[in-house]
Write a protein that binds this ligand. Structure first.
Ligand code: DNO
Length: 350
């Protein structure tokens, strides 16, 4: 196992040296942020990022993310060219020594929360939270006030995009996904890169948009499309775990060798276990890495038992000790998470 830490490049308020100071930290997880989605990443930008990491004594072996252009997900006329561009980016990342690329196939929205600073009354910390009823009450067609939404689309553009997805159901999305995988996996394999798909977060339909990477059946289906060794998964415990019907320990053990990258974080379910919304949408708040509704120790044990030898990063942290920063991506709680997770792995392996 190699412990890593996500770093958002020059705009990240956390200096690389602070990351290096976290015990057992081996490298950063980052991306090139100066190239528009769909274009090939320049060798210069990749090399610059690597140089920065190395000069702080950190490796750069994991990319999160190379974003997938919406035209690919929509199966538009430009999809083949965009897929070829994606494959070229992978070749260049491989040349620079990158081993794993994390990506997702969620239409329009990446991770979604209704609250970026959910207040924990017990200890005064705050964290990201998702309230399903609050999300159901939002209408993306009439101006979205979504926390964390980067507004990279104007209101008009977003409406047009959502309208185009009206013809795309889950099955159509799977077909477009299969075309993407078939187009990029040979290049990934040649480049020595394992692709690690991030699950949909949360793992159910939102705003009428299809979401397909939601649990074990989706993982099986991906392997039916291609059993290339380059076809792998990011085990994001908080994302798969948002649906209590997902058996995280089972998934971790079964696919351990297909999991080159794990995002480990915990969540606390905010509705009762007898609620019928399970699997379709439920509510949760992010909690400290060791405590919450997910049994982190058992998940890590299952990974180890299954033969996991990938990269780990402490996923989202809470805001604690008065820190102000990028929601989910402060220094303090993620550093605590990293130390806890290193200890868990050591205890289990020894
Ligand atoms: C959220 C992250 C995701 C992830 C992408 C991967 O904090 O885990 O945004 O980076 O879904 O493509």
């Amino acid at each position: 196992m190699k412990m890593t830490f996500r770093w958002f490049g020059e705009s990240d308020p956390i200096p690389l040296q602070y990351i290096k100071q976290i015990p057992c930290m081996t490298g950063i997880v980052s991306a090139v942020y100066d190239v528009p989605v769909g274009e090939v990443w320049s060798r210069e930008s990749i090399a610059a990022l690597k140089k920065q990491a190395l000069s702080a004594g950190l490796e750069f072996e994991v990319v999160e993310s190379v974003p997938v252009h919406e035209e690919i997900k929509l199966g538009g006329a430009d999809a083949p060219q965009l897929i070829a561009n994606y494959a070229e980016t992978l070749r260049r990342l491989g040349e620079a020594g990158v081993k794993v690329v994390c990506y997702n196939f969620m239409p329009v929205f990446d991770w979604l929360r209704s609250d970026l600073a959910y207040h924990n009354d017990e200890d005064g910390s705050n964290s990201l939270a998702y309230d399903h009823d609050a999300v159901l009450a939002m209408d993306p067609n009439s101006g979205l006030s979504l926390p964390g939404w980067d507004e990279s689309y104007g209101a008009q553009e977003l409406q047009e995009l959502l309208a185009r997805y009206k013809g795309v159901d889950e099955e159509r999305l799977w077909l477009n996904f299969a075309a993407f995988l078939k187009g990029i996996l040979p290049a990934a394999q040649e480049a020595g890169i394992t692709m690690a798909i991030h699950p949909d977060d949360p793992p159910w339909r939102i705003f009428g948009l299809p979401r397909i990477i939601t649990g074990e059946r989706a993982m099986e289906r991906m392997l039916e499309i291609s059993d290339s060794p380059a076809n792998g998964f990011t085990l994001c415990t908080g994302s798969y775990g948002a649906n209590p019907m997902n058996d995280l320990e089972g998934i971790a053990k079964k696919y351990a060798k297909r999991i080159p990258f794990a995002h480990l974080r915990n969540i606390e379910y905010l509705i009762g276990l007898d609620d019928t919304r399970y699997g379709k949408g439920m509510s949760f708040a992010e909690s400290p890495h060791p405590t919450g509704s997910l049994d982190m120790k058992k998940i890590v044990a299952a990974l180890v038992e299954g033969g996991f030898s990938g990269y780990v990063r402490p996923d989202h942290g809470r805001m604690i000790w008065g820190e102000k920063g990028k929601p989910g991506y402060g220094l303090f709680d993620r550093a605590l998470g990293a130390a806890y997770l290193v200890g868990l792995f050591e205890g289990i392996v020894d």
